[in-house]
Design a protein around this ligand. Structure first.
Ligand SMILES: [Zn+2]
Length: 884
């Protein structure tokens, strides 16, 4: 599963540390030991399910027959259901004694006339259920097509616990079973499910379609979509690969189809296990949930993440590849091998995040994808610097809380930790371990222990010993480097302690740290740091040193003053990854008050002519944070001038228009620098943006799609009513949804307060097409950049509507992200009270994370503003001819 709402600019967070039961942490998968609420004495083997949805009535009528194995004699059968009523319940053809469905507990209990003996039996029943209007279970999606016509389709979204909304079932991941699905829908509709169509019967205006029986899989991977759809396809080996979209848009899936063929072939090779289903479809759903879902053989995507048109940007194209690489990786990690319980969700999500990023990087080297993932690593590091963070592997007591595990620790930290382990073991050894793991656990479930034992077998090392430090305890270490020099030769003394942004470092924790040390310009050397005070050869005194070469490790490094000075002197010629790690760590140390802001700004000032976009992005974002905090303060103008002076030479050297043969990285750098210069009131940049916008108003091709977001946003920052209304009119009339979304996003960033009130109304209005409902929340968050109080009021007063498109994750978003989105819009107590009033008591750890973020940001703002003023004063003095 992938969810774009998780990625935001400055994020943070945390969980109370929930210790794992020892048995669970170290044991291989065992069905009887897997957590869960359903008894293990009766297990489903095969479902035959026939569903008749009635869109007008909003109901489902179904018949279901489940072949069961009774493992120990029992008089009751317990399984999941939600909003369903069962009738004609029979066990081996005979009526049962009682049936009770409890929607609060989401359970149905069938009581038999007498205890069923061990062996195979059949449970059958009819039922009525609810067709959902929001994307969970089987739902109806309405949409407006690009020609203005209105349409409706049916689709599903089951993870984590919503298959039970479509049909009564054993809805926990350890209960794998085969499924044969039959659905009755309008005759003209196309139908897609996990497996190919086996037979289709027409009767009147309806069709009844039965799909082939699936292999053994968990219920959360069931998929069904039906509507006025069309597909393009191709064959790859034994697999039919297809891309489905609303009829008329299927050609916009050409790039996605080519990607899927390439990625599938790569993964067949990488995992050493050929994709086992006869077909792999990708389905572009117009709207619904905002991410993508890895249903086996039938991946669903929000259409914005799968289809590309002439108006798409390079960033759109990158997103399509990266999301596909993530979801297709799940076909092995998640679908073929499923975590035994939701506490090991990371086995699904960390793996897909890591494998998908590796594939994206290898197949698109000019995108520098791992370097782009540094922003994700930083996001996780910041989040994990809170006292209330949680381990990658975390206790999930009840499957109804599983949705709360889908955060940046599970995704981004997990991805980074796996990359670090891969680098430590070597890519071939790591791949061999993954192949062993997949072979051993195929068509079944797994725990972390199964993975560690496969990696240990492949490497001959006790991998679990190292890996568990990173997955079972919260947080991460700061490695301190103290160098001593004798006869020109440097010796390093390395120590570690937990890195926390705010709290004192009393909190324990110890890690086996796979260091990558680069001395001068040598190739990096591996060293596993296990004991405090370990010594290491540090090369020649005065040459640069990196203890996290290429920024692969999930830890921070603090260098002593002499080593930091050597690194600063050599900064312009440092390898990109080492430089990025140094910038990230120096900024974090400044935020934590463990190193001066001046040390960081000295590095930022030493970039010289280097054009690495991630390094500049890091600098621009940090300066942007300082500039934002300084707004309204006496020193703001001086700081903004100093920040502009730092970026301006590079921006001037890149100009406004692409040069022939320019790499995506440099194009991105140009946009980053202009966007930030304009945000800091650079008159020349703002004037040029206005000039280009004036042409765009009459000629929509005057600004390339890649530049639109940057230029439209710059214009809105200083827009008057006329300019605002010009863009508003363009947004309303735009038929291409990607462009339309860009236009509305820019409107939200208007500087003028009265126009911002209008923007807030627009975000809530029917101008946003129904399939784009999920972006309303993002629009209100964008509004918070310049108008935090307005954005908070708008969100608070319309929270139900804004959160509705994400029903499953609304509690997590409310607890952990809303406080961070709107922390400048209201006093912390007001936000906390509001959040608490909306959420059940068990969300307290998540709320604590959200609120710790707010308090950390407030402390950061208070500490950094005077430090930035001080730097700006010195920079102005220096520009005036002064010397240090
Ligand atoms: Zn995923």
């Amino acid at each position: 599963m992938s969810m774009p709402w998780r990625r935001r600019r400055a994020a943070l967070l945390l969980t109370a540390l929930t210790a794992l039961p020892a048995a669970l942490a170290g044991a291989p998968f065992d069905f009887d030991a897997a957590p869960g609420r359903l008894p293990k004495s009766i297990v489903p083997l095969d479902y035959s399910l026939a569903v008749v949805p009635d869109i007008e009535a909003g109901t489902i009528v179904g018949t279901e027959s489940v072949r069961l194995r009774v493992r120990a004699p029992s008089r009751t059968i317990v399984f999941n259901s939600l909003n369903e009523r069962l009738t004609e319940v029979h066990f081996d053809g005979a009526p049962v004694s009682a049936v009770e469905s409890d929607d609060a507990r989401q359970l149905t209990t069938v009581t038999l006339v007498q205890a069923a003996p061990a062996g195979e039996h059949t449970l059958s029943f009819s039922y009525t259920g609810r067709l959902e209007a929001q994307p969970h279970g089987l739902f109806v999606q309405t949409y407006v097509a690009s020609d203005g016509s209105h349409g409706r389709l049916l689709s599903t979204k089951m993870e984590s616990t919503d298959a039970r909304r479509m049909f009564p079932c054993w809805d926990e991941p350890a209960f794998r079973s085969t499924f044969e699905l039959t659905v009755t829908v309008p005759a003209a509709w196309a139908t897609v499910s996990n497996m190919p169509v086996a037979r289709r019967e027409l009767h009147g205006g309806e069709q009844t379609t039965t799909f082939e029986r699936s292999p053994s899989m968990p219920s959360y991977l069931i998929e069904f979509t039906a509507g006025e759809l069309a597909a393009i396809g191709a064959r790859a080996g034994g697999t039919e690969v297809g891309v489905w979209a609303v009829r008329g848009r299927e050609r916009d899936g050409q790039v996605a189809l080519a990607d899927a063929l390439l990625i599938l072939a790569d993964y067949n090779e990488y995992f050493g296990y050929t994709f086992p289903l006869p077909k792999l479809d990708s389905i572009a759903v117009p709207g619904g949930f905002s991410g993508a879902m890895e249903n086996w053989g039938a991946i669903t995507y929000n259409d914005q993440l799968l289809l590309l048109s002439a108006d798409s940007t390079l960033a759109d194209r990158q997103t399509v590849f990266a999301v596909q690489a993530h979801e297709i990786a799940h076909q092995w990690n998640g679908d073929l091998v499923t975590m035994g319980w939701w506490d090991d969700l990371w086995l699904n999500e960390s793996f897909a995040a890591w494998r998908g990023a590796s594939e994206t990087d290898q197949r698109n080297p000019s995108w520098k994808w791992w370097e782009r993932q540094d922003a994700a690593r930083e996001f996780a590091l910041r989040s994990d610097s809170r006292l209330s963070t949680h381990p990658v592997q975390q206790s999930v007591a009840d499957e109804l809380q599983a949705a709360n595990a889908f955060d940046e620790i599970t995704y981004e930290k997990g991805q980074a930790v796996l990359r670090m382990l891969e680098s430590y073991l070597g890519p071939e050894v790591f791949r061999d371990g993954i192949r062993r793991y997949v072979r051993a656990r195929a068509l079944s479930n797994a725990t972390a222990a199964d993975l560690w034992s496969a990696l240990a077998a492949a490497s001959g090392q006790d991998v679990g010993q190292v890996a568990r430090d990173w997955t079972e305890q919260p947080g991460f270490p700061l490695v301190s480097v103290a160098a001593s020099c004798a006869r020109g030769v440097r010796t390093l003394t390395l120590t570690q302690r937990r890195f926390l942004l705010q709290a004192a470092a009393h909190d324990g924790g110890h890690w086996s740290i796979p260091l990558r040390i680069r001395r001068g310009s040598e190739a990096p050397r591996a060293q596993l740091l296990t004991h405090d005070g370990e010594q290491s050869a540090g090369g020649r005194c005065n040459e640069p040193l990196s203890v996290n070469a290429d920024a692969i490790g999930f830890y921070r490094v603090k260098y002593d003053a002499a080593t930091l000075a050597a690194n600063t002197r050599a900064f312009g010629a440092t390898p990109d990854g080492d430089r990025i790690a140094l910038l990230d760590d120096s900024w974090a140390l400044a935020l934590a008050g463990q190193q001066s802001l001046g040390s960081y700004l000295a590095l930022a000032s030493a970039m010289g002519k280097d054009r690495d976009s991630r390094a500049w992005e890091q600098i621009a974002a940090s300066l942007g944070t300082l500039e934002h905090y300084a707004r309204g303060s006496r020193g703001h103008a001086a700081f903004a001038a100093a920040a502009r002076a730092l970026l301006r030479p590079m921006a001037d050297s890149l100009g406004w228009d692409a040069q022939p043969g320019e790499t995506p990285d440099v194009a991105r750098l140009r946009r980053t620098l202009h966007a930030d210069l304009g945000a800091w009131d650079d008159g020349r940049v703002l004037a040029e943006a206005r000039r280009r916008f004036a042409r765009f108003v009459t000629d929509r091709s005057a600004i390339r799609p890649d530049d639109q977001e940057m230029i439209l946003t710059l214009v809105m920052r200083s827009a008057d009513g006329a300019a605002f209304e010009q863009l508003h009119a363009i947004a309303r009339a735009e038929t291409n949804e990607s462009a339309k979304r860009r236009d509305y996003a820019a409107l939200m960033q208007v500087g003028n307060a009265a126009l911002a009130e209008q923007a807030a109304q627009i975000a809530l209005s029917d101008e946003i097409p129904p399939q784009a409902a999920a972006i309303r929340l993002r629009l209100v968050v964008l509004l918070a950049g310049r108008h935090p109080a307005l954005a908070w009021r708008t969100f608070r007063d319309h929270a139900d509507a804004l959160l509705a498109p994400n029903p499953k994750y609304a509690p997590l978003i409310t607890a952990q992200y809303v406080p961070e989105y709107f922390w400048e819009g209201a006093p912390p107590q007001e936000i906390e009270q509001w959040v608490r009033a909306r959420l059940p008591a068990e969300m307290a750890p998540n709320i604590a994370r959200g609120m710790e973020t707010v308090h950390a940001l407030r402390a950061e703002r208070a500490a950094l503003t005077p430090a930035a003023d001080n730097w700006a004063g010195q920079a102005a003095w220096q520009r005036g001819g002064g010397r240090w």
